[in-house]
Write a protein that binds this ligand. Structure first.
Ligand code: ADP
Ligand code: ADP
Length: 228
């Protein structure tokens, strides 16, 4: 059974000159523990696909299943990392990392333990009481990752998580994402317009057409399978 299964998904947005078709016919199936990348030009509906998969929007048509259940709203074990990381500037690193657990009403003592473990996994244990503004770009990225790691995530959705970083850091963070995924074993959907990133981080790469987005073709990634 796939972790995530999107079939014939269409999404239109209301625009000034009538409806805008953002996604025409999206089909995507991700196995448990599998990492896929969605590659496509700007505006083809990549972010929309993730918002739909996360249950933050309802599709205009088509079906979206997680664990064979229709997605009706946000799901506890689905984590979404956005381009700006969604950090709260007035909260400390520790509090930011614990936000997902707080929303899920996990008791404070358990929160503390899980946050400490996740911060250690991403190497931020010494920055627990710092604020996001005191962190470098790479550290913010790792903090967003720590937040997802605290939540027993089994489906991680990432919208261009590396595009705000400079080239050198991007390479380092690519390694971090790959290592964390391999260690934690969640299913992962990474949206990107970078071919290099898609090929480095996706076991399969879904290539989309320009807007309105459709799946153009799927690429089994020989590079990724070679070092399995
Ligand atoms: P991508 O992530 O591939 O750049 P998006 O999913 O963000 O694509 O957007 C797909 C299309 O839908 C774009 O043309 C965009 O302008 C439009 N769109 C996205 N979100 C909205 C919205 N909330 N309202 C109206 N149009 C939107
Ligand atoms: P990366 O994110 O890959 O670790 P960075 O350039 O972000 O690379 O940071 C490298 C190291 O420098 C960090 O792991 C941290 O120990 C230290 N560092 C970066 N920014 C700060 C900061 N604002 N305050 C203290 N130490 C920092």
């Amino acid at each position: 059974m796939p972790k995530l299964d999107m079939r014939g998904v269409r999404q239109t947005y209301a625009g000034v000159h009538g409806d805008v078709m953002a996604l025409e016919d999206m089909n995507l199936s991700v196995a448990p523990g599998e990492a896929v990348a969605i590659l496509g030009p700007s505006g083809c509906g990549k972010s929309t696909s993730l918002l739909l998969a996360a249950g933050l929007r309802k599709p205009s048509a088509g079906s979206i299943l997680v664990d064979n259940e229709p997605v009706a709203g946000p799901r506890l074990k689905t984590s979404l990392i956005l381009q700006d990381f969604g950090l709260m500037p007035w909260k400390t690193v520790e509090q930011n990392a614990g936000l997902g657990l707080q929303i899920r009403k996990v008791p404070k003592s358990e929160r503390k333990y899980r946050v400490a473990r996740a911060l250690e996994q991403v190497g931020l244990q010494d920055f627990a009481s710092s604020y996001p503004a005191e962190l470098s770009g790479g550290m913010r990225q790792r903090l967003a990752m720590a937040r997802a790691l605290t939540c027993e995530t089994d489906l991680l959705l990432m919208d261009e998580p590396l595009s705000a970083l400079d080239a050198l850091l991007r390479e380092e963070m690519q390694d971090m994402l790959k290592r964390t995924w391999q260690a934690a074993g969640y299913a992962q959907v990474l949206v990107t317009h970078s071919i290099e990133e898609a090929v480095y981080l996706g076991e399969r790469v879904f290539v989309m057409t320009p807007r309105p987005g459709r799946l153009a073709y799927t690429l089994d990634n020989p590079e990724m399978h070679a070092d399995d």
